[in-house]
Design a protein around this ligand. Structure first.
Ligand code: CAA
Length: 257
């Protein structure tokens, strides 16, 4: 069993993962990151899991990479860092992730939150990339994903000043899709994940891939991918079921085929 995560049994298609290093504001040490990568890799093979919620505590989603651990790594240590493998596993996870963010969401914590498909934040959440204060810079996608999420102007200000932004600012900038009262953040994220979990898994998977294309390809390529994915879904049982259920005025039951 992982020791830096609380992983619950999937319920209504949703796997809930809580980052749990309260003594270090959930700083992402290599062990935690490895456990997260391993848990997600296992969840890919589990048909019961149709969406994942990742959360931290009320005080911190995660306060970044573990600075104490980082201090021990020299240039060669960073070059050969196993963390790259863990980040890659998280980035390639093929089911939707909803992040429920309260409190500090900084550095690697913000980078982890940006690996989620949907971010729901408590009103007290603070998002930032403070690496510049340590004489370094974001190294797990922060400069790239933040520009795509909030635009170049705000991303540049955040990365170069190290100053965090509030949940409301994050909402206005498009980093998060909703803000809630802090005590309701997880509940709301689970509700969103449960809604996704009722949809046809293949449609969710391909729609998600198409959305990702919008971030890393030109419009013509993205549109071509969308059309191919849309066409592919015409061959699924779930498409037949979805359309039939609509015509019969009943809820659809999707099988994943
Ligand atoms: N790594 C290791 N330990 C951390 C940590 C981190 N990123 N953030 C907090 N902690 C520890 C603190 O050392 C402290 O432990 P001790 O009591 O044993 O000293 C404990 O968590 C509580 O933290 P504070 O006492 O500092 O709490 P606070 O409320 O006064 O301040 C904070 C909270 C503003 C988030 C402050 O802890 C802070 O600035 N943390 C560092 C944030 C940061 O710089 N993150 C970026 C890390 S680099 C990175 O992320 C790079 C990358 O991914 C590539």
């Amino acid at each position: 069993m992982p020791s830096h995560l609380i992983v619950e049994e999937p319920q209504r298609g949703v796997l809930r993962i809580t980052l749990h290093r309260p003594e270090a504001l959930n700083a992402l040490n290599t062990a935690l990151l490895g456990e997260l990568a391993e848990t997600l890799t296992a969840a890919e093979q589990d048909a019961e899991v149709r969406a994942v919620v990742i959360t931290g505590s009320q005080r911190a989603f995660a306060a970044g990479a573990d600075i104490k651990e980082m201090a021990e790594r020299d240039l060669v240590g960073i070059l050969e860092d196993p963390r790259q493998r863990h980040w890659a596993a998280i980035a390639h996870f093929n089911k939707p992730i909803v992040a429920a963010v309260n409190g500090f969401c900084l550095g690697g914590g913000c980078e982890l939150a940006m690996h989620a498909d949907i971010l729901i934040a408590g009103e007290d959440a603070r998002f930032g990339q403070p690496e510049i204060n340590l004489g370094i810079m974001p190294g797990a996608g922060g400069t790239q994903r933040l520009v795509r999420a909030v635009g170049k102007a705000l991303a540049t200000q955040m990365v170069l000043t190290g100053e965090p932004i509030s949940a409301r600012r994050a909402l206005e900038a498009g980093l998060v899709s909703e803000i809630t009262q802090p005590e309701l953040t997880v509940e709301r994220a689970v509700a969103v994940a449960e809604t996704i979990a009722t949809k046809a898994p293949l449609a969710v998977r391909l729609a998600r891939e198409a959305l990702h294309k919008a971030e890393d390809t030109d419009l013509a390529t993205g549109l071509r991918f969308e059309r191919h994915a849309f066409t592919l879904l015409a061959g699924t049982e779930d498409r037949e079921e979805g359309i039939r259920a609509f015509q019969e005025k009943r809820p659809a039951t999707f099988s994943g085929h």
